[in-house]
Design a protein around this ligand. Structure first.
Ligand code: SF4
Length: 215
């Protein structure tokens, strides 16, 4: 798998040394709303750097909107953020043949794997102790699957994967509260072109049935 170009990094040299007494954790994040309550849950234990590496997001303007929102929030809270180049062709190759799978199916497993693998590559390259992802905050994502993939990938890189189900214990509700507090843009589909089409179809069906619309 391609290692991809070196990520941009908003840390300065002093920050790069880490926080004494805390393990350094590389946190894969897909957007600001999903990151907010996960960072709140992890920051007492870890020195967190966020990695926004999401070749799945379509179209480019949506990718940029999610990235920019996360950048704004990380700057405001002084959280280190890394943003590698946007490489949608990598994602299309990873899910080839599974385009018509429903959400939570095999296409999503490949999508999780790609993003976890790239997070592990960066974590190993940069000497992080631990890595994880915010993805399990979503009620639409299976934490057991994400945790199994993360643990298997971690073994290959000699890293620790922090297994979690961030939506539990009110985690998802907290992400909604924090999103309101920070005025985050909240997308109405998971990220890829297929989830966008499926979400639009669900909204159209609800409108036809006369019920209110939500993503
Ligand atoms: S629905 Fe979400 S997790 Fe599944 S393939 Fe699309 S972007 Fe990835």
């Amino acid at each position: 798998m391609s290692m991809g170009p070196s990520p941009t990094d908003n840390r300065n040299d002093e920050d790069a040394g880490g926080v004494p007494g805390k393990a350094r954790l590389l946190l894969h994040a897909c957007c600001a709303p999903c990151s907010s309550s996960v960072v709140e849950q992890l920051q007492r234990q870890f020195d967190i750097t966020i990695l926004f590496d999401n070749a799945n997001i379509h179209p480019r303007r949506e990718y940029e909107q999610r990235r920019d929102e996360l950048q704004r929030w990380c700057r405001d809270l002084d959280i280190a953020l890394q943003v590698p180049a946007y490489e949608p062709a990598l994602w299309l190759a990873a899910v080839h043949g599974l385009e018509r799978q429903p959400e939570k199916g095999r296409r999503c497993t490949r999508c999780y794997r790609l993003r976890l693998e790239r997070t592990a590559q960066q974590a190993a390259r940069q000497g992080f102790d631990v890595f994880t992802t915010v993805l399990s905050i979503s009620p639409h994502k299976r934490a057991d699957k994400i945790n199994r993939l993360g643990a298997a990938i971690a073994r290959r890189y000699g890293l620790v994967f922090f297994a979690a189900n961030f939506k539990k214990g009110g985690g998802f509700q907290r992400s909604l509260e924090l999103s309101r507090r920070y005025g985050f843009y909240r997308q109405n589909y998971c990220g890829c072109t297929f989830s966008r089409q499926q979400s639009a179809a669900r909204r159209a069906a609800r409108e036809k049935a006369g019920s209110p619309t939500h993503g």
